[in-house]
Ligand binder design. Structure first.
Ligand code: FAD
Ligand code: NAI
Length: 462
């Protein structure tokens, strides 16, 4: 039996970051991981492989749609799916091995296998029981499906199966117009699949700024994705090579069927804590099956903490990472902090979509007076040169104080641009502070400055 200051269960962005920070703070640390490789959902079957496929398929899209106009003539590249898969896997491998290297560098023991907690202060892996003064549960999440939809990861797939399809399907039906559905739907649409997205609600990406939703859906439609909105999927029927998707339109209850070679089920994810028997330990769960925690990530059992997708809050890698760092600080007797009001969300389609902070709807609900500064990428020289004029930056600021309350961006590099606003918000900046900051020309970030100017006397290029 070995004993540790901290044992972390799960090596995703929450777990591995917590492990590294604990080690940096002088604690003796082990991390339990049952997968063959470190890095969790994010590095193995989530953020990283999906972004590799988005990058490769975007390059193809550029070659097919924009190269000739720039004077780059010649046949567009054809898809070598096997090679694209191996590029994607290579990216995953470098990243997961990178975490293994960081574990060695920081003297973190990787306890290989599936862990359980027989009692507070103990973690069991295989036949061995280890002692831990503190335990962090960072076991992540798994895809959730629908009644009547049986996933076989071959024809009816979750995101995990969609990342490793044997071939590019001719027809793909995506259930759910959320983040996964639109990112992976975009990938296959760019690679030549006919993609139809079936969504229960009347707008894509629930919770997002309605103007962004509208431009986003219009742009994706232009790129070839089809949408069936207000449609509740009832069931799927699959053979070894084909599937049928049955859905009902909510407006008139009419029933319809779609044929597909592959069905991607992208209707959300749920916390994963199989095998931990948390309730027997006295750990309280929320109604949504998440581990209930205090402000300092402490569960109902002293010395057992929980972070990341398995707890409350957005299921995002960077949220898990921030909690990983913060909980390590708390365990080491310092002050850990996560600002949940400033967690950006990014969708890595083309154009990218990004948001942070309040929406107009949340401000209206709170009865807070606000002003809107909006600027279209059509007025941004760099975007126009790069065929990226679709989209806009919208900044929301307090009507009285001018303090920035939120931002919503659809357009080129939105996922990077949003961080300028995040930093401004962390420092309590006003829209005028952002507007008075010199921005290099010609950059996409000038659009952010112009939106900030639009909160005051007005933008220059509109
Ligand atoms: P996870 O990454 O899920 O890691 C948990 C780990 O714990 C797993 O490796 C699991 O094997 C291990 N584990 C579980 N139980 C045990 C046990 N009992 N013993 C040992 N090990 C155990 N988020 C973003 O922010 N940006 C993105 O671009 C993005 N893209 C995504 C794309 C896809 C297709 C998917 C599915 C998700 C994406 N996400 C993205 C979400 C992101 O992956 C998660 O929010 C993030 O991985 C959560 O981190 P975590 O540490 O909480 O858990
Ligand atoms: P999601 O919650 O984003 O979207 C699910 C969609 O499915 C919703 O629009 C919902 O209305 C719809 N839906 C539910 N039931 C339906 C039905 N019966 N018929 C038709 N539509 C139905 O979930 P998604 O896309 O599976 O992603 C899960 C999580 O993974 C996200 O919440 C996100 O946190 C994370 N993620 C983040 C990424 C990023 O940050 N870029 C990328 C991919 C995933």
């Amino acid at each position: 039996m070995s004993s540790y200051d901290v044992i972390i269960i799960g090596s995703g962005p929450g777990g591995y970051v917590a492990a590294i920070r604990c080690a940096q703070l002088g604690l003796k640390v082990a991390c339990v991981e049952g997968r063959e490789t470190l890095g969790g959902t994010c590095l193995n079957v989530g953020c990283i492989p999906s972004k590799a496929l988005l990058h490769a398929s975007h390059m193809l899209h550029e070659a097919e749609h924009n190269f000739a106009e720039m004077g780059l003539k010649g046949k567009s590249p054809s898809v070598d799916w096997k090679q694209m898969q191996s590029y994607k896997q290579g990216t995953v491998d470098t990243n997961t091995k990178g975490i293994e290297f960081l574990f060695k560098k920081n003297k973190i023991d990787w306890l290989k296998g599936w862990g359980s907690i027989p009692e507070a202060g103990k973690v069991k892996v295989g036949d061995e029981v280890h002692e831990a003064k503190n335990i962090i549960i960072a076991t992540g999440s798994e895809p959730s499906s629908l009644p009547g939809v049986e996933v076989d990861e071959n024809v009816v797939v979750t995101s995990t199966g969609a990342l490793t399809l044997g071939k590019v399907p001719k027809k793909m039906v995506v259930i759910g117009a959320g983040v996964i559905g639109l990112e992976l739907g975009s990938v296959y649409s760019r690679l030549g699949s006919e993609v139809t997205v079936v969504e229960f609600l009347d707008a894509i990406t629930p919770g997002m700024d309605p103007e962004v939703q509208k431009v986003f859906q219009r742009t994706l439609k232009k790129q070839g994705l089809e949408f069936i909105m207000g449609a509740a999927v009832q069931k799927t029927e699959a053979t070894k090579t084909k599937a049928k998707v049955h859905y009902k339109l909510r407006k008139d209850d009419s029933e319809h069927v779609l044929d597909a070679d592959v069905v991607l089920v992208a209707t959300g994810r749920k916390p994963y804590h199989d095998g931990l028997d948390l309730e027997a330990l006295g750990i309280r769960m929320t109604k949504r099956g998440q581990i209930a925690i205090t402000k300092e990530w402490q569960t109902d059992v002293k010395g057992i903490y929980a972070i990341g997708d398995v707890t409350e809050g957005p299921m995002l890698a960077h949220k898990a990472e921030d909690e990983g760092m913060a909980v390590a600080e708390v365990i080491a007797g310092k002050h850990g902090h996560v600002n949940y009001g400033i967690i950006p969300g990014v969708i890595y389609t083309h154009p990218e979509v990004a948001n942070v902070g309040e929406t107009e709807a949340s401000l209206k609900e709170a009865g807070r007076a606000y002003k809107v500064g909006k600027f279209s990428f059509m007025g941004n020289a760099r975007a126009k040169a790069n065929f990226a004029g679709d989209g806009f930056v919208k900044i929301l600021a307090d009507k009285e104080t001018d303090r920035i309350l939120g931002a919503h961006i659809i357009g080129p590099a939105a996922g990077d641009l949003i961080h300028e606003v995040c930093v401004a918000m962390e420092f309590g900046a006003s829209a005028q502070d952002l507007a008075m900051t010199c921005h290099a020309h010609p950059t996409y970030s000038e659009a952010v400055r112009e939106a900030a100017l639009a909160c005051g006397d007005g933008p220059i290029h509109a």
